[in-house]
Write a protein that binds this ligand. Structure first.
Ligand SMILES: [Zn+2]
Ligand SMILES: [Zn+2]
Length: 286
């Protein structure tokens, strides 16, 4: 599916968006946006027509509710700002979004006020072409979510998270986007959904999967670079995780490529979840 996402960049957004990183949207649009969808960003403006243009593209990653349940977050992968803005008007007349409009709606003109709307394949490609973007941009990574190899997903996510700006990182952190995030999910599929400290596989959730949490070695609140990357994360059952944070003499800290664990019943060292380590785990188990 190809979609348009409205994103204000000329004025502050009323949503908790971070362009090219996270899209925050009201529940009513939930059926119009799916992991793997390719999108183009549209900057709307009610009053100034020359402030209406397209300015970037990307692929939708995980979609999950925010804490209120009234809004959702969509992760954005493969975000590419256009080299230049593309006005909404096609040089041959009409709007870009009117090309092959019948594929996606009844009337020629798009509903500009809809934050998320479908766009035909041909209109999508025409905008990318006018932006001097390769029309295949983002095509491969639409498989990111359905990636056969979770390590490839993790490599891609590490790359993205390492380059997040402090502002982007703190937005993600505040909203606990890491919970049940793509990283945790992919880590579980490589390591198995069990606690890396005590080995317990957590309790079974209603959906049949196991409940395991992600602990961040360098606390996310410290907002350090790479705090969302795999080597900073360990999978922990709720018991161990709670002891790490609230235990009397509990200590868990990184030491080179190792993580030293000092909990009441578990004193051990484990490998950090670097990509190299994850690859070796995967090779052993396959
Ligand atoms: Zn545990
Ligand atoms: Zn923790």
């Amino acid at each position: 599916m190809r979609i348009i996402l409205s994103q204000r960049i000329d004025v502050a957004s009323e949503y908790e968006d971070v362009p090219f990183s996270v899209y925050h949207f009201p529940k009513r649009y939930i059926n119009q946006i799916h992991p793997g969808d390719r999108f183009i960003y549209y900057q709307g403006s009610r009053y100034k027509k020359d402030h209406r243009y397209y300015f970037g593209c990307g692929v939708i990653g995980n979609v999950e509710p925010d804490p209120t349940g009234e809004y959702f977050y969509a992760e954005i992968f493969e975000g590419h700002p256009f080299k230049h803005k593309v006005p909404i008007y096609h040089p041959d007349g009409g709007f870009y979004e009117s090309i092959d409009f019948a594929d996606v709606r009844n009337k020629p003109n798009p509903s500009w006020q809809n934050s998320i709307r479908k766009i035909s394949d041909r209109a999508f490609n025409a905008i990318l072409q006018s932006a001097d973007m390769n029309i295949d941009v983002g095509n491969q990574s639409s498989q990111l979510e359905s990636n056969n190899n979770p390590i490839d997903t993790l490599k891609e996510l590490n790359k993205r998270f390492r380059t997040l700006s402090a502002q982007e990182r703190s937005k993600r952190i505040q909203k606990h986007l890491d919970r049940g995030s793509s990283v945790t999910k992919a880590l579980k599929s490589v390591l198995g959904a069990s606690c890396q400290i005590c080995g317990w596989s957590g309790f079974a959730k209603k959906d049949g999967s196991n409940y395991i949490e992600a602990h961040h070695l360098v606390q996310m609140s410290e907002k350090s670079k790479g705090s969302l990357c795999t080597e900073n994360i360990i999978l922990a059952c709720p018991n161990c995780h709670r002891e790490i944070h609230y235990g009397k003499n509990a200590d868990v800290y990184g030491d080179g490529n190792l993580i030293c664990i000092d909990l009441s019943n578990h004193k051990t060292k484990i490998m950090k979840n670097t990509i190299a380590h994850l690859e070796s785990v995967q090779n052993i188990s396959s």
